[in-house]
Design a protein around this ligand. Structure first.
Ligand SMILES: Nc1ncnc2c1ncn2[C@@H]1O[C@H](COP(=O)(O)OP(=O)(O)OP(=O)(O)O)[C@@H](O)[C@H]1O
Ligand SMILES: C[C@@](O)(CCOP(=O)(O)O)CC(=O)O
Length: 464
């Protein structure tokens, strides 16, 4: 049977408010989807006549040596489809790709469980929008379908500095969607219905957690699937007990989880889309890269351990921050319902952001984690002096990831801000031991749409 050639893309994210809080179901996160997307194209692998090849080849052609070849096999006792990276190509640590490998195995297992489909050889191509990585090149932002939409980064994937836009979540979401759509086309048509979205969300969360080796809050997968939202996490127990690929009845358990059929593990995630747009008309969200990047896992551990050892103090802080975050959502929503806004309308947003930031700095100093490091405090404050800049935060886990700024949506404002940050110099003593790199505005802005089908003809130049 000829299987369809398909392509899907999923967006990156920025957690504007709710970092650390969103790990706890009693709190929420204000999540904004971005127009930087990761695209995955899947087609049947063409082999020479008479030759059958049981291989799935995954390439990320914007990077050097980014090719992973997998063999696949159906395991015994309903354990799912196991994939094994093939030799012949270097399987050294750096050339493994845990996110690709796990998402592939989960998607194949689900597709073959629902469609009883026999897995055949495919060629998978991953293409990422420019701003996921700090790089010195230009271009890469032309319209999709033009030759220059995607950039050749000319480095190995592990050498590319991440900007913190959630590449792994966008990748896992687009990859699982495209692989299921290729092998089980009745299950995924165009992921526009809530029903399809919920299944893809559940599958991508399971695969992403397995690849990461931990259960995070999952807000990045929620953004990749649903786009901008107010996010309340799922109970981690839903994914506990799923086990490993190859373990007895893994395939049945995965199908139950994806289809939400296990009465003792009902999905309790809440994706609130009441803010039709998180960033209202008249404002634009821009990101400012500091070419540095943070080590999220260590930071989370430290903050949570402070929280545990200071239960009363931290609960008060968490609750005050949650109120600030809700106020921000309310102010943004008020503006969204207005047909036109004037600069005066942004005063409340300005004030709420300042309050949130001061509470975050309290969290920072008490836990000893540089969530909003001094060097970034100074940079955000300086940016806020540029006319038309309303406010800014170090989003998510904070600490040296790209900063998010809300600005009036006018080219003159963005141009002035771009010039300002490009000429910004950090004094050596400002960094407190850590220095940020070259400061520059990324080309991204908010976009509310989650995972979507793309025209598979767009990618010709990059297919081999
Ligand atoms: N273009 C790509 N092609 C193939 N794999 C990719 C690509 N981009 C990212 N990945 C995978 O995602 C991993 C990076 O994920 P990680 O969660 O560390 O960063 P992130 O999601 O971009 O950042 P953050 O979680 O801070 O927002 C890479 O090591 C690689 O496995
Ligand atoms: C600290 C945390 O709340 C946010 C991490 O956000 P980011 O990956 O830094 O954008 C962790 C999580 O939600 O999984």
């Amino acid at each position: 049977m000829e299987r369809p050639t398909v392509a899907f893309s999923a967006p990156g994210k920025v957690l504007l408010a709710g970092g650390y809080l969103v790990l706890d179901r009693n709190f929420t996160g204000l999540v904004c989807g971005l127009d930087a997307r990761i695209h995955v194209h899947v087609r049947t692998l063409q082999t020479s006549p008479g030759l059958t090849l049981s291989e799935i080849i995954v390439r990320s052609p914007q990077f050097r040596d980014a090719e992973w070849r997998y063999g696949y096999r159906e395991t015994e006792e309903d354990g799912g489809i196991e994939v094994t990276q093939l030799k012949g190509h270097s399987t050294a640590k750096k050339s493994q790709n845990k996110f690709v490998e796990t998402a592939l195995a989960y998607a194949l297992t689900y597709a073959s469980a629902v469609d009883h489909t026999k897995i055949g050889p495919t060629s998978i191509t991953i293409l990422a929008d420019t701003d996921y990585y700090s790089h010195s090149g230009s271009s890469g932002n032309d319209a999709l379908g033009t030759d220059d939409h995607f950039l050749n980064f000319n480095v190995a994937l592990h050498e590319a500095h991440k900007t913190g836009l959630g590449s792994s979540a966008a990748l896992v979401t687009a990859l699982t969607t495209a692989v299921v759509a290729h092998y089980a086309p009745r299950e995924v048509i165009d992921v526009s219905s809530d029903h399809e979205k919920a299944r893809i969300h559940n599958l991508a969360q399971a695969a992403h957690c397995a690849a990461q080796g931990k259960v995070g809050s999952g807000f990045d997968i929620a953004a990749a699937v649903h786009g901008s939202c107010i996010y309340k996490r799922f109970s981690p127990s839903i994914l506990e007990g799923l086990g490993e690929i190859g373990s007895k009845a893994f395939s049945t358990r995965l199908k139950e989880i994806v289809e939400d059929r296990n009465p003792t593990k009902k999905w309790d995630v809440n994706i609130d889309k009441k803010l039709a747009r998180v960033v209202p008309r008249g404002l634009r969200l821009v990101m400012c890269d500091v070419d540095c990047g943070s080590e999220t896992v260590g930071m989370v551990k430290k903050v949570l351990s402070w929280r545990k050892s200071h239960p009363e103090e931290s609960t008060l802080l968490w609750e005050t921050l949650q109120r600030g975050n809700e106020d921000l959502a309310t102010e943004l929503q008020k503006l969204s319902s207005k047909s036109a806004s004037t600069p005066d309308d942004y005063e409340n947003i300005r004030t709420v952001i300042l309050t949130i930031r001061s509470l975050i700095r309290e969290m920072s100093s008490k836990s000893g984690v540089p969530i909003e490091p001094l060097v970034q405090t100074r940079l955000i404050d300086a940016c806020c002096e540029v006319p038309g800049v309303v406010g800014g935060v170090v989003p998510g886990a904070g600490g040296f990831d790209a900063m998010a700024l809300l600005v009036e949506d006018r080219e003159d404002v963005v141009d002035a801000l771009r010039k300002f940050v490009e000429s910004y110099r950090v004094e050596a003593e400002e960094g407190g031991g850590v220095s940020i790199g070259k400061v520059r505005l990324l080309g991204v802005k908010q976009e509310d749409q989650g995972v979507r089908r793309e025209d598979s003809r767009y990618y010709q130049k990059w297919l081999r």
